[in-house]
Design a binder for this molecule. Structure first.
Ligand code: NAD
Length: 326
């Protein structure tokens, strides 16, 4: 059994504790929160041990699950790695690229498994798409991640809080390096951008156009992917995905009729739509299961430190484009 201690049991940490109890191979060693009353509530709710310090939690755990505010991620991850503990740390990994680099070295020295909480990788809509085996070769990606105002998470820009999810997904899909980033954004409520649009160009020609806002009236988390002969939509909020694919008459699926047929210079084309069945997946439980499995098998977790470093590097580039250093 891998003994895991949860640090930070606010909104998301509470959910992590509840899900960890169902993760095979894991045992909840206890919780710690600098807000003692909150820690006591959660320890009582889940009948688990309440540690009085992060050090005490480290002494009694093989791994830590860090669900504290972003500005604390670097210090807590650093300390856990210096105690050679495995770490699950919520997104974003940390606030600066230099911090991320130093955590990569520390993790290598500690030979520890570190997974970052880019939970959208485990969204049922994305899993449904992956399970079809459909090959993604994006050439244009449009993403909208809009949220209503909530002070939680506003200790960092909307880029590090929300857009980072789409950056991580885009980088996991596009098999090429980004070479140019342009962006614009506005700080409306906080002193950092609350709304942002970024355009990321990749060496293979793919362009990703991402919009994130935390001052919207309506929530939306949609990604649209365009590639030769197909258009794919992923609705991370409604947990649904669709593949619109174009076929020649000879290669068109025969098990169902096309949405419609049309003439092109290359002959008749058939447009098919497929909405793959969406599995019943609890994304947080699934990501914690993958963390435990990576520890047990000493393998790479699905979202590595290097993945988080890559999305953070672009996120910081976006921020610099909005707030140029003079
Ligand atoms: P929250 O404010 O509800 O909870 C944070 C908790 O951490 C609080 O109880 C606070 O007392 C405690 N805390 C603060 N500093 C601490 C320290 N040094 N040691 C121990 N405990 C400490 O915040 P939240 O919404 O649960 O967010 C926590 C983290 O989770 C953030 O990094 C956020 O970006 C991330 N998050 C990720 C997602 C996602 O989709 N993956 C969603 C929400 C939040």
């Amino acid at each position: 059994m891998i003994k895991i201690g949860v640090t930070g049991v606010g909104h998301l940490g509470n959910i992590h504790v509840s899900q960890l109890l169902h993760v095979e191979g894991a045992e909840l060693s206890g919780v710690f929160d600098t807000d003692r009353a909150r820690g006591e509530d959660v320890a009582a709710k889940y009948s688990c041990r309440l540690f009085s310090s992060f050090d005490e939690l480290l002494e009694n755990s093989d791994a830590v699950d860090l669900v504290t505010p972003t500005p604390t991620h670097y210090e807590l991850t650093r300390k856990a790695l210096q105690h050679t503990k495995h770490v699950f740390v919520e997104k974003p990994l940390c606030q600066s690229v230099d911090e991320a680099k130093s955590l990569i070295s520390l993790a290598q020295e500690a030979e520890a498994v570190v997974q970052v909480g880019h939970v959208e990788r485990f969204n049922p809509a994305l899993i449904a798409l992956q399970e079809t085996g459909f090959k993604l070769e994006p050439m244009f990606i449009e993403a909208h991640r809009l949220a209503e105002w909530n002070p939680r998470g506003s200790d960092v820009s909307v880029i590090l809080d929300l857009m980072i999810h789409d950056l991580d997904i885009v980088l996991s899909m596009v098999d090429s390096e980004a070479w140019r980033v342009s962006a614009n954004g506005v700080a409306v409520v906080t002193s950092t951008p609350d709304i942002c649009n970024a355009r990321i160009e990749f060496h293979n020609g793919c362009v990703a156009n991402l919009t994130a806002s935390r001052i919207s009236m309506k929530r939306m988390r949609k990604m649209r992917i365009f590639q030769p002969d197909a258009y794919i939509t992923i609705d991370f909020l409604e947990k649904r995905s669709e593949i619109y694919s174009l076929h020649d008459a000879e290669t068109a699926p025969t098990d169902k009729p096309p949405l419609f047929k049309f003439e092109t210079a290359d002959g008749e084309k058939y447009l098919h739509v497929d909405a793959p069945p969406v599995p019943e997946v609890n994304s947080i439980r699934r990501e914690l299961e993958s963390f435990v499995k990576a520890i047990q098998t000493r393998s790479e977790p699905p979202v590595t430190l290097l993945d988080a470093y890559a999305s953070l590097t672009i996120a910081q580039d976006i921020l610099q484009k909005i707030q140029p250093v003079h």
